[in-house]
Write a protein that binds this ligand. Structure first.
Ligand code: ZN
Length: 112
């Protein structure tokens, strides 16, 4: 009889330990959320860059990498592709960059 009670206590304590261990793993649910927000910054070729300037201050934030000129936000942020800070840039310039990426028109002087 006493044996049975002890076994029962051991099972209970194992259960409690397991429960507290799995509880610890729940500490980072925020990561997923920021990832999905970031992904939204990657624009496809049909987007109107000028319309991305939601607060109409003439400035947007764009990734500095030529390959990521389609990463544009009206707010400061981080490029989801290369994790660099987005650079504040004139929306007209951002549109030019965006165009150059998608249509390959080297409208800016690329003499270096
Ligand atoms: Zn980037």
């Amino acid at each position: 009889m006493a044996m049975k009670k002890r076994a029962y206590l051991i099972i209970i304590s194992i259960f409690i330990i397991m429960a507290s261990l799995t509880g610890c793993g729940k500490n980072e649910p925020e990561r997923k959320e920021t990832e999905s927000i970031d992904k939204a910054l990657v624009r496809d070729s049909t987007v109107n860059v000028l319309s991305l300037d939601e607060n109409k201050d003439g400035m947007v934030f764009q990734c500095q990498m030529k390959e990521h000129y389609n990463v544009i936000s009206d707010k400061p942020g981080i490029c989801p592709l290369c994790k660099m800070d987005l650079e504040e840039i004139d929306v007209q310039q951002a549109a030019k960059n965006f165009d150059a990426k998608y249509h390959g028109k080297p409208e800016e002087d690329q003499k270096e």
